[in-house]
Ligand binder design. Structure first.
Ligand code: SIN
Length: 492
């Protein structure tokens, strides 16, 4: 199968600023490569600081009219955007898989996942209610009104090129904000296609502006937004060091921030768990997007009594995973997004083995002669993993399951929390009292109890500690794009 798309105009060679689809100010181009082959198959503008400034000008100019539009009308536009995304599921799914590498079933699934955020916020826009506060003295009326923060800069990652755009732009628009957006340099095409559909849905000129840029040029684009006092909020998904940079630099203009940063999720299997359910849950959460997910388990802890049976059942499932390009309908694990990603995975596996870990399945790159290519890494299970190894300390972001044996509940909770990160955690047990004890003690923003697939547009997604702050999705996801204005009317 070739990943061609029906609507060629969903692949614009330009980016949207104000009402214009245009090239970079210096005409420079950014090639987009297929991770399965390494071949460049499209190119987009490589935006500049000047383009970034134009984008803020356009978003700032569009803000008064967009915020003044009744919430119901903003919601109707978002609903049309949702409908168009769903109607173009096949084309968008193919684009995602082509530029990001995930199997086509996952690309198609991501389109519906992205749309679910747009549909959710289409409805939430009419529920951004404020409060009427009982007055503290006679003759007063006191209110708390919710208002859009203003221009939002959305900086999105490559692992979910559609869902992350939707999860940031939909609540921003629902709140009445306007947006400047920079998608990841590896995956700019999906975001351009989504913005094209937003325009068709009736989003007015200037409300969404998108600047595509290479890795090299990203700092000049983003710095313009960090320094411009008209940009009132930054929403970023990506690494913790970049999040810290954004927070530090935007502190000069005291912007509101939503930072969804790195994770190092523990996945704990207690000896009273349903082992088959735990293996199923781990397969879903670990191998989604080839392990390139912020919430995917990075450290697997299994209690001694069930360790060997768990590892045996897991290893059989992992060994059966089918590796291949997104264009192969049978593929379950695609290529990693780029060469840097594979280098990191390989270095983690080598480091673990050098320090005593044992490879049960996989453990190496898969080259073209073995049915892979430059960016493929075999789904891997490691045992005898300890806390000092790089794969326990850092996010591997690949298809590697490092397993550590543990004895007691107290020991595993201490181990699970012994990381600067706190995005997601998972555990499997059939003991109802343990469920609440462990849930309370885990230092993360998200907890999966006997469940590996947690994502939902109606649920708050976000972390604590070095995994950032702010929540995406749910009613909290709208509040993050609004501020509260207290109004006190006297002389009544
Ligand atoms: C992420 O990896 O940042 C998002 C994962 C999700 O939405 O489940």
């Amino acid at each position: 199968m070739t990943l061609t798309i029906q609507r060629k105009d969903l692949l614009p060679a330009t980016m949207l600023i104000g009402a214009d689809w245009r090239h970079a100010s210096d005409q420079r181009r950014l090639p987009v490569t297929d991770p399965a082959t390494g071949d460049a198959f499209a190119d987009v503008p490589d935006g500049t600081a000047s383009d970034a400034r134009d984008a803020v000008d356009a978003a700032h100019a569009a803000f008064p009219a967009w915020r003044a539009l009744p919430a119901k009308q903003r919601g109707q536009i978002l609903r049309r955007w949702n409908d168009l995304i769903v109607a173009h599921q096949e084309d968008l799914g193919r684009l995602i898989s082509r530029e990001q590498g995930k199997p086509l079933a996952e690309g198609r699934g991501e389109v519906l996942y992205a749309a679910s955020y747009v549909a959710w916020f289409a409805e939430e826009t009419t529920r951004a209610n404020g409060e009427v506060i009982p007055p503290s003295v006679p003759g007063r009326r006191m209110l708390a009104l919710k208002e859009p923060v203003g221009v939002v800069a959305a900086i999105t990652p490559w692992n979910f090129p559609a869902a992350m755009i939707a999860r940031k732009i939909a609540p921003a628009l629902a709140a009445g904000c306007t947006v400047v957006c920079k998608p990841a340099e590896d995956t700019p095409l999906t975001s351009l296609a989504l913005v094209r559909l937003a325009q068709e849905a009736g989003v007015p000129a200037g409300v969404i502006n998108i600047v595509t840029a290479s890795r090299e040029r990203t700092p000049e684009v983003v710095d313009v937004w960090l320094d411009d006092p008209r940009v009132r909020k930054i929403s970023f998904t990506g690494s913790t060091p970049v999040g810290i940079h954004l927070a530090a630099r935007s502190a000069q203009t005291l912007k509101k921030l939503s930072l969804e940063l790195g994770g190092n999720a523990p996945f704990i299997v207690f000896d009273d768990a349903d082992i088959d359910a735990a293996v199923d849950g781990l397969m879903v959460s670990k191998f989604r997007n080839g392990g390139q997910t912020c919430v995917c388990p990075n450290r697997v802890f299994v209690q001694s009594a069930v360790h060997d049976v768990f590892v045996a059942r897991l290893a059989a499932r992992v060994a059966a995973l089918k590796l291949g390009p997104a264009s192969d309908a049978a593929s379950q694990i695609g290529p990693m997004v780029n060469a840097r990603a594979v280098d990191k995975i390989e270095s983690h596996v080598r480091d673990a083995v050098a320090h005593g870990a044992r490879i049960v399945v996989g453990g190496a790159r898969v080259d073209a002669a073995q049915g892979g290519g430059a960016n493929y890494f075999a789904p891997t299970v490691l045992t005898h993993v300890n806390a000092a190894m790089a794969c326990s300390r850092e996010e591997t972001f690949g298809p590697v399951v490092p397993v550590t044996r543990f004895e007691t509940e107290a020991e595993v909770i201490a181990a699970a929390n012994a990381t600067p990160f706190g995005l997601a955690a998972y555990f499997y047990t059939n003991d109802a009292r343990r469920i609440w004890r462990v849930t309370d003690l885990l230092e993360t923003g998200i907890v999966g109890v006997n469940e590996g697939a947690l994502a939902a547009e109606s649920a708050p997604f976000g972390g604590v500690k070095a995994s950032g702050y702010g929540r995406e999705g749910s009613t909290h996801g709208l509040d993050d794009y609004m501020h509260v204005k207290y109004v006190c009317q006297g002389q009544l």
